[in-house]
Design a protein around this ligand. Sequence first.
Ligand SMILES: [Zn+2]
Length: 330
Amino acid sequence: MEAGDVLLPWQAPVIERALALRQAEQLPHAVMIDLADRGDATVLIHQLAQALLCHTPREHTPCGACETCRLLRAGTCGDFGLVTLETDDKTKKLSKNIKIDQIRDLIYQLNLTRQHGALKIAAIYPAERMNTASANALLKTLEEPAAGVLLLLVTHNRGRIPVTVRSRCQQWSVPLPDRALADAWLEGQGIGRDVAETYLDYARGDPLLAADLAHRGYAELVQEFKRDFAQFMRGELAVAELASKLNQSDADLVRRLIDMILRAYSFQTSGVSADGDSQQTVDRARAQALQRLYGRAGSQLATDENNLDFQLQLEDVLISIKQILSRRPN
Ligand SMILES: [Zn+2]
């Protein structure tokens, strides 16, 4: 989900807020930035650091010419450190967690003398990927912060971060943009207004996810899946065939399709339509069975690999959906 090195317009208020606080000499020692969108936040982190560390900023914009700006661009500024998921040298895969050694190195760096200015910035992203040991290692620094240090914990999922860590940070959130801004941004990505609405609905308002889904042709996949699923329900398409067809798409898209169908039927059977109106037909037993399956399917399909096991799990979930929906109402 790359959007180049341009700051996303709905993230810009974060930088303004930080600069205003610094001007008022009220910059906290730890901030948790909670992003509602799923995009890569490293551009935001770098621009925020540069805006705060630049010697001669103009109107919220770093000058780009001072020593700090030059060092930051070269990635050698000793006043800024970013800890993130690392790529394994051998497997070339991205690690699942931020490891304790990375946090320890960051803390060690923080305790060094400042190099150029009155502020040092240490960022952790995605902060929800710290394991328990990493979070514990960070706690002491949060409890006894060094002077002139700003700790930035940037996350897409604040709820996964231990309360002990969360409660010691000032909470900032970056909500999703409104539809007009989202439409304009998508248009800049080459996604016309005619399809932007459809994809923003699929992505529940997240323009980055909408752009990603659009570039991967998700809408066509939905249409195809709806046709295939109807055939499967009528007994015209075997479960193995449907699962094998689905298995040709990326696992995250398949999870999205299953999620969509389960949500749609859950709404229907619980007597609430998607727009919140209550309906006549309520089938509590069926609604509960769908709810249970919704939870179970999430963990059954929680893999990034399209392999035989994924296909078998998929078949199991599809059979379960069919069984629940074919059951006679009580
Ligand atoms: Zn500068």
